[in-house]
Write a protein that binds this ligand. Sequence first.
Ligand code: PRP
Length: 213
Amino acid sequence: MLTIALPTGRVFSDAAALVAASGLPCSGLESPGRKLVIEDGDFRYILAKPSDVPLYVGYGTADLAFAGSDVLLESAIPLVELLDTGKGKCRVVVAGPAHLKKRFQAHQSELMWLKVATKYPRIADGFFAARGAQVDIIHLHGSIELAPKLGLSDCILDIVQSGNTLRANNLEILEHVCGISLRLVASKKSVALNWAGIRKVTEAISTGLEAER
Ligand code: PRP
């Protein structure tokens, strides 16, 4: 049996649709309700919080998973990336009030000790360190846009898809950090011990994607 982890939340429907399009047995996946484990034939699907998905694969509990590249970067767990599905596209950006733009365009020393709220402390640390700025990272778990509004931080590093949340909270993009999409990944253990099975699923998902294009 192969176990495939799917992230709940905004990319769940993309991941579930990819599994369906691949022709893998997956009845019950389109409307799982509160179920966290769904089995069909030789496949077991586990529905996990997006930020936990790399852990399930890293520990070998899941053989394969769909995960956003933001979550993969943040986890830094060594996994085997098999496919960029091109789904769930969004961006990681630094955003804040418009008056901060000048500081971002000036010398890097202007960014020193900036307070940055984020769900992605590792990505934020890497990004600002590469810019030569030591910043104060405030690790939050959601509704990040609240932080600069309430003075908890100067700016945020977060994902932007439609831009609606930034607009609704009077925040502007100050810097582009990286593009994000939904990836298919596997555990090193499964690749080593069951490459035939992993390859079959990868090819089926790839074929499903091609058919959609
Ligand atoms: C994400 C992100 C932004 C928002 C961006 O939050 O952290 O807040 O979506 O999307 P938009 O550009 O389409 O408005 P999510 O909805 O995942 O909830 P969270 O804040 O609780 O993490």
